[in-house]
Write a protein that binds this ligand. Structure first.
Ligand SMILES: [Zn+2]
Length: 510
């Protein structure tokens, strides 16, 4: 009897501490030590961020690690609101992408499909994509009832019905945030005016993508000053196929673009495969004509060639001289405001939904491609490290799926190089400051940075596995890239083109 009693007491004692710990672990996730930047609340400081039940529940200078079930050390990284991509393609359009594969590894927690569906196809979009995505997917529905399905449908004025479009929006306020008109190939203003009419009926903005494929006799000046309303959005602002943002003779931003901005028309990047040109963007930003919103226009083509996800486009704007805070506000707060979802989205306020991106600002030599595609080299690059959507970790860098049994992660991979006068092309993998592997078919997706060295010679000829990674890439005797201690220190030709921790989909390489 006595013994039993003692055992009971011992058992109680051993339970007690674990109850105490369980009680203390009040948070699901704790991001510790990061630089929290939340433009909406004027925060730019080292803070810890606690998340529970899908919400941000505490932001403090120091939250003890013991209070959370999962603690992530994010020191040295930016902790920012989940990015809001105002212009991307995840339905209808032939180059559409899967939102969770595209958005989440980029820190994009909200993606707005720009015109893939119309009032006839919105239900299908909702059923097949929106309802199944971990990414928050919202829609600008096309003024064309059938959506963005190519010609002749996109120029079929008879299928542009403002009343049905507005009705569909009003029945789906939770998911539809505006209207898109694009690719209208006929003369006249029917598509734009009908989109604006639908926007007026439903009190939502219209995004216009005009004259990418055809001029059709319209001028952007007339569009911006006479047809669009304040709050409507002109996307592809740095596209020069319209030959209009920058005056060809003076190099100045057209005065009526500035006038349009003054009257409240909004300007969106919409990078895509055809709408971001270095000469145009450079001149515009130098004159202060920066975007209201930074967006990707991501589809299969722009993903594969320009790799223009949100961190990529943000990095490009930083290369043009904008600072991180300026770029961030245009990738979070501004798009959320434009679609009427602020402050529900775009901030890290306590009590808000826990949509969070953790970004790293990397230093090195990086090549960024525009839509021609011309490369420009930069020394800074943003990369997503961690994404939290609705309080759950939905992406973590480094979790590169194993393929073909080769699971090594390389810091740098030179593809298709010839070493010295050896005849065959090989891939050279570098980790830290050493060459760790020389072989064929090393996976680009397993390297953090990839450089294409096809047709070039790598010296010294003694390069081998295990030796220090001090290499020079030569183009018929001329040094075009140097690597010292495993790091790229010069890259005159922009050989560095792939960032492969975002794995296969973002790589140009097989
Ligand atoms: Zn687009």
């Amino acid at each position: 009897m006595r013994i039993t009693k003692r055992l009971t007491i011992v058992a109680l004692c051993s339970i007690a501490p674990s109850i105490a710990i369980g009680y203390a672990q009040q948070y699901d996730i704790l991001l510790r030590g990061g630089r929290v930047i939340d433009p909406a609340n004027g925060i730019d400081a080292r803070r810890d961020v606690a998340v529970s039940d899908g919400r941000i529940v505490s932001i403090q200078a120091d939250i003890p690690a013991a209070q959370a079930r999962k603690v992530v050390d994010v020191s040295g990284l930016y902790v920012v609101p989940g990015l809001v991509d105002l212009h991307a393609h995840v339905f209808g359009y032939e180059g559409s992408l899967v939102p969770d594969e595209t958005a989440l590894p980029a820190g994009t927690t909200t993606i707005v499909d720009a015109g893939g569906s119309g009032w006839r196809t919105f239900d299908e979009f909702h059923r097949t994509v929106m309802a199944h995505s971990r990414t928050r997917v919202l829609a600008l529905i096309n003024i064309v009832g059938k959506g963005m399905v190519g010609e002749p449908y996109e120029s079929d004025v008879a299928d542009m019905d403002p009343a049905r479009t507005a009705e569909t929006i009003l029945h789906n306020r939770d998911a539809i945030v505006g209207i898109k008109t694009a690719h209208f190939a006929k003369p006249g203003w029917d598509a734009i005016d009908r989109a604006v009419e639908a926007g007026r009926r439903a009190s939502v903005p219209v995004m216009v993508d005009d004259k990418i494929f055809t001029n059709a006799g319209r001028t952007t000046k007339e569009e911006l000053l006479e047809h669009l309303r304040p709050g409507d959005i002109h996307t592809h602002m740095y596209n020069d196929r319209q030959i209009e943002l920058i005056d060809r003779f003076t190099g100045k931003v057209q005065p009526w673009m500035i006038e349009a901005r003054r009257r409240g028309v909004l300007f969106d990047v919409g990078h895509g495969g055809g709408s971001f040109l270095w000469p145009v963007a450079t001149r515009a930003v130098a004159q202060g004509f920066v975007p209201d919103t930074i967006s990707t226009d991501l589809h299969q083509g722009s993903r594969d060639i320009q790799q223009s996800n949100m961190p990529n486009v943000m990095s490009k704007m930083m290369l043009l001289g904008m600072n991180f805070a300026d770029v961030l506000v245009r990738s979070t707060v501004n798009p959320a405001k434009e679609i009427g979802r602020y402050p529900e989205l775009g901030t890290l306020g306590v009590g808000r939904v826990a949509d969070i991106a953790v970004l790293e600002e990397q230093s090195g030599v990086f090549a960024f491609k525009d839509s021609w595609p011309a490369k420009r080299l930069g020394t800074k690059r943003l990369e997503c490290v961690l994404t939290i959507r609705n309080g759950k970790i939905v992406y973590e860098r480094g979790a590169v799926p194993a393929r073909g049994g080769d699971t090594a992660i390389y810091d740098l991979l030179l593809k298709h190089a010839r070493i010295g006068d050896r005849g065959d092309e090989v891939d050279i993998a570098i980790s830290g400051n050493r060459i760790v592997r020389i072989g064929r078919g090393l996976k680009a997706a397993h390297a953090r940075v990839v450089a294409e060295a096809e047709g070039y010679t790598v010296m010294p000829a003694t390069a081998a596995e295990g030796v220090a990674a001090d290499l020079t890439v030569l183009d018929t005797g001329r040094a075009i890239m140097t690597i010292r201690n495993g790091k790229i220190v010069t890259d005159d030709e922009g050989l560095t083109i792939s960032d492969a921790t975002r794995a296969g989909p973002y790589s140009n390489f097989k």
